[in-house]
Design a protein around this ligand. Structure first.
Ligand code: ZN
Ligand code: FE
Length: 253
């Protein structure tokens, strides 16, 4: 049975996720923005946390941890252990960890912060990317360089199209308006935006999104595509420099 996924809106625009294995009873929490809505979701499902994954050190991803951790195994980046809450399992890129009875692969996706991690569950086709790759966007570069974030984007872009992308914030409508300024003629983007507008009008999350769709519509995954480079007047430019130019425009959008 594939793992069950529950998306939990927290704070103003954060998302936490619960992943549950109905056979083993194990439950993973991805990020801990705020304890009460997460505890309410656990109570509603009748689940108890066995694992907690922290994607990066920002307060809006870790501050809810203390009342939730109990005897759960807390997992985070080894390279960031000095500035994360106490870790029970410290992981690095290339590590393969069993979580909720499934194999999970760890990626270093530095850029938003250094040592930000993403975790991929290939069997259930789930990718937890938090503030690295986001629906139609990517996180702001607080610590890393554009080249580092572009490298991170390429790692995640290599994963299968049918992967569900579980990112950390509901920024999709703003990201969509921005993406349209970069590629106004991208037909897939235009049709995706219609869906997003309806989803948000109904008060529903646009997260998780579909990684295959991101590949065709998210400008931050398309810095090496001819259509995007041409739309920006940057044909033939180094992809990392194109990525930097997109990110710079987004910062002031
Ligand atoms: Zn963050
Ligand atoms: Fe965040």
């Amino acid at each position: 049975m594939p793992l069950e996924l529950v998306t939990i809106p927290c704070l103003a625009d954060n998302y936490a996720f619960l992943v549950h294995n109905a056979d083993t009873g194990e439950t993973l929490l991805v990020d801990a923005p705020d304890a009460p809505p997460i505890q309410a979701a656990l109570d509603a499902q009748g689940w108890t946390l066995t694992d907690i994954l922290l994607t990066h050190h920002h307060w809006d991803h870790v501050d809810g941890l203390p009342p939730l951790r109990g005897s759960a195994r807390v997992i985070g980046a080894k390279a960031d252990a000095h500035r994360l809450p106490r870790l029970d399992l410290a992981v690095s890129e290339g590590d393969s960890v069993t979580i909720c009875g499934e194999n999970a692969a760890v990626f270093d996706v530095s850029g938003h912060t250094m040592n930000h991690i993403a975790v991929h569950f290939p069997t259930s086709a789930l990718l937890f990317s938090a503030d690295s790759l986001m629906a139609l966007g990517c996180g702001r570069l607080f610590e890393g360089t554009p080249a580092q974030m572009w490298d991170s984007m390429q790692k995640l872009r290599a994963l299968p199209d049918d992967t569900r992308l579980c990112s950390g914030h509901e920024y999709t409508e703003t990201n969509a308006r921005f993406a349209l300024t970069i590629e106004p003629d991208n037909a897939q983007l235009i049709s995706r935006i219609q869906t997003i507008t309806k989803t948000r009008a109904a008060g529903l999350p646009t997260v998780p999104s579909d990684l295959g769709v991101e590949k065709y519509t998210n400008p931050f995954l398309r810095a090496d595509h001819a259509a995007l480079q041409s739309a920006m007047g940057l044909t033939g430019t180094e992809p990392a420099d194109v990525f930097a130019a997109i990110r710079k425009k987004r910062d002031v959008f």
